[in-house]
Design a protein around this ligand. Structure first.
Ligand code: NAD
Ligand code: SER
Length: 322
């Protein structure tokens, strides 16, 4: 690769894992991590890190120039639940940040862009089961509206300016390296930490609200595979459906309970349950399979096992330090 990679939003759930994988693939100094807050020790000590507010166009251009950036992964955003609490800022951050990047690509200052979309582009009129790539999309959240608009801009900049944009409609992602914040699918991340620290979990979704989800490792691999696929194999520039596995809170609770027999759950559904109920239950990802040979590896059982294995030593150290 000629230039360097800039990841914006490196302190978040995806960023904290993606930066390290990109550094493994391309070399530590080729991947510049950035965020408005400090990233993990691992990220800040293994390669370049800069504080950047993506809404500050001048700073963004300076960093791109100084670090000879040719590829950007834009991960900064407000997730679904938090965006409902701050509509205007949700739209401003999720959209204006993207225009700053799209303009850089249009001016050929950068050559390639990754921008994540979400299953939140779907809405109450979309089919619930096996929701297809081109199903009706009528999102009812600020977040979903911003993601659908972003997908349309992807198509526009690709068609009109030949910008090499690649995008994935991530399902709800479950990782263990960082805690979740502000999303509707966050419960499936929090539940693991509660299993280690408390005997009870209060779930903000109903016991039977099913959502498409994916283990973070699969999501990161999908991102790297899509970004390194041949230009001519990418037939969808809006954003690709990808599918991991679907479950409702009761399913993941039952799986975790096998490791923590005393663990209890109680349900107090709030506005996030209403959001989740507008999203699909399951996703059809035939196009991703066909175009860039996407294949998920983790199911619910494997995900739960791996997350618990990874968190165990961390919580043991915390306990020992008390
Ligand atoms: P996150 O909230 O964990 O991380 C977002 C990061 O962006 C945070 O570290 C935050 O500090 C940073 N940020 C916020 N404002 C910023 C600004 N002005 N300038 C620079 N950085 C800023 O989110 P995530 O879960 O890592 O998601 C990353 C992207 O993937 C988002 O676009 C999100 O919509 C999308 N996505 C995530 C999921 C999921 O389940 N996590 C699912 C679908 C799509
Ligand atoms: N997982 C995200 C959220 O819940 C959806 O993209 O907001």
């Amino acid at each position: 690769m000629e230039g360097n990679i800039l990841v914006i939003g490196s302190s978040g759930q995806i960023g904290s894992e993606l930066v390290m994988e990109l550094r493994k693939s391309y070399g530590n100094n080729k991947v510049i991590a950035s965020d408005i807050t400090n990233s993990s020790y691992e990220i800040m000590n293994s390669g370049p890190f800069v504080i950047l507010d993506v809404l500050n166009k001048k700073d963004l251009y300076t960093i791109v120039k100084n670090y000879q950036v040719s590829e950007i992964y834009l991960l900064a955003a407000i997730l679904s639940a938090n965006a409902e609490k701050n509509i205007k800022y949700g739209w401003e951050l999720n959209m204006n940040s993207y225009f700053n990047i799209l303009e850089l690509a249009k001016e050929r200052i950068i050559k390639k862009v990754f921008w994540p979309s979400s299953i939140a582009v779907f809405g109450p009129n979309s089919p619930k089961k096996n929701t297809g790539q081109y199903a009706i999309m009528n999102p009812t959240t600020v977040y979903g509206i911003s993601k659908l608009a972003g997908e349309n801009w992807n198509e526009y900049y690709y068609r009109k300016f030949k910008v090499d944009i690649r995008s994935i409609r991530y399902p709800g992602l479950i990782g263990w390296k960082s805690k979740a914040g502000g999303g509707t699918t966050d419960y499936a991340v929090d539940i693991f930490h509660q299993a280690f620290t408390s005997e009870k979990f209060n779930c903000f979704l109903s016991h039977n609200t099913e959502i498409p989800m994916m283990y973070m490792k699969d999501a990161i691999r999908a991102t790297l595979e899509l970004m390194s696929a041949n230009y001519n194999d990418i037939n969808i520039r809006s954003s690709y459906n990808i599918s991991g596995f679907s479950f409702c809170p009761n399913d993941i609770y039952s799986e975790i309970k096998k490791y923590f027999p005393k663990f209890e759950i109680c349900y107090a559904p709030d506005f996030r349950d209403d959001i989740a109920k507008t999203w699909p239950d399951t996703i059809d990802d035939s196009e991703a399979k066909l175009d860039w040979k996407w294949k998920t590896e983790y199911g619910l059982k494997e995900t739960v096992k791996e997350i618990i294995c990874n968190l165990k030593p961390i919580y043991k150290t915390i306990d020992n330090e008390k």
